[in-house]
Design a binder for this molecule. Sequence first.
Ligand code: HEM
Ligand code: HEM
Ligand SMILES: [Fe+2]
Length: 475
Amino acid sequence: MVNSFNTLQYESKKLGVMYFTVAAILLGAQLLLGLVAAIQFIYPSFLFEILDFNVARMVHINALVVWLLYAMIGSVYFLMPDETGIETVGIGLGKLGFYVLTAAVTVVVLVYILVQVGPASESTIWLINEGREYIEAPRWADIGIVVVVLVFLANVYLTAIKGERTGIMTVLMADLMALAGLYLAGMFYTDNISMDQYWWWWVIHLWVEATWEVFVASIIGWALIKIIGANREIVEMWLWIEVAMLFGSGILGIGHHYFWIGTPEYWWEIGALFSALEPIPLVAMFVHVMYDWGKEAGVKKAHGEEAVMNNNPAFLWFVGSAFGNFLGAGVWGFFHTLPQVNIYTHGTQFTAAHGHLAFFGAFAMAMIAMFYMGVQATNGIERMKMTFASKMGFALICIGVVGMTVALTIAGYGQVLVERAQMGATWEAYFISQNGHWFLQAMGWRLVMGIVTLVGFAYLVYDLLTIGKSKVQNG
Ligand code: HEM
Ligand code: HEM
Ligand SMILES: [Fe+2]
């Protein structure tokens, strides 16, 4: 049975939409600061001492992580009533958590931007930032985040215990516990940079390649049931297989970050083997989406019925994300995951190419799809079709991000050949390669493609705000 009834009848869904709204705003901030950093690659004095490169870059990638977390938390509040059949337990506290978190995020970002330079002292860690790439929030905010997340987990667990507990809910319960627990690994300090990096990767790698991957697999599973009426048994069977594979390869795959940071050499073998296996579950995820889609359409056709599809833009972004996940994480990740290759590519623009396509393909696309689910519910539309702006948003954002990825990959090649292979990875070589033609042209193209992405984002926002009222829906 297709549950096409997608409205805001539960408070939990309303809270989900509130989280989506802030997520979309932070996505805009992320893109703007990415553009500032991209301009600074070409004109290094741009906004010097007003908004320095290191700050623009920090806000760009922290905003990315925070908006994705917002969208994830929002997704759980949004889908929970569908899976459990009841209103979320303790929803009032959940809403309070949302306001506290949003106030804290605002303060943190303002401090990032206002305090550009300063000493690296104990008080900096507590008040300004922790200096850990992607999760730079100062310690006071860390502690606040932990409290809000505990409220969130309480909401999820109490609701699942009281209501119906589907396979999707069970996977989410286990996954969210792991996801939250890992954050703690990035909260304590050691004076030893190798040890510090060792633990920091527990958050970053074990988030994106294990717990977040399992998370999007669950969300896509839910969405396939919701949008095309996929068979729950099949969806959940796939989900269990993916969970087993994702955890199997993703956890020990962490070895690919332990090649050169002073950890024992056995990580070469472990990292090479397990991280090379990581693309397999990503292919499985792609096959899963396509299989369910094809199967549902086939069954319907055999019965002479029209295949159901009640949210076209969301479905487009979900299918895009299954493919983008495979391409960005699987293919671009595999490129540089063997130590024999990584010794040349480590820390070049190759890494940034992979970072952009993987984060975008695997997570940003799936979460943008969830924005459309939120918009559908907000406007109470039974079958949401695409508008011109939906298509433009999708096309321009995809062209922009893929274009940036290609440009960065070329820049990375330049660095590998000149800086690493020819000149032996010296400090001088680093600067010479960054002044090479290939590198400079690629930085120009990255900026152009970044602007294309931003224009696509403008279409996306316009669409999210207006699609509910557009004539297309009733045509
Ligand atoms: C959606 C999942 C993934 C995301 C979001 C992601 C994202 C990233 C990011 C942002 C970095 C740069 C980290 C830094 O700042 O140093 C990175 C590094 C790396 N990723 Fe991924 N990644 C994903 C999956 C994968 C997979 C599946 C593989 C292997 C098959 C892989 C292989 C690598 C390697 C080898 C590095 C280190 C690059 C270097 O040495 O500079 N990643 N990843
Ligand atoms: C307007 C579009 C964008 C522009 C102009 C842009 C630009 C940049 C720049 C200049 C950097 C610093 C690179 C360096 O230090 O060498 C960066 C880093 C990064 N950006 Fe973007 N970005 C954009 C969109 C995105 C999107 C959509 C995502 C993901 C969804 C993303 C994810 C990242 C990540 C993960 C890093 C860190 C990469 C690493 O250290 O390996 N960016 N971006
Ligand atoms: Fe990794």
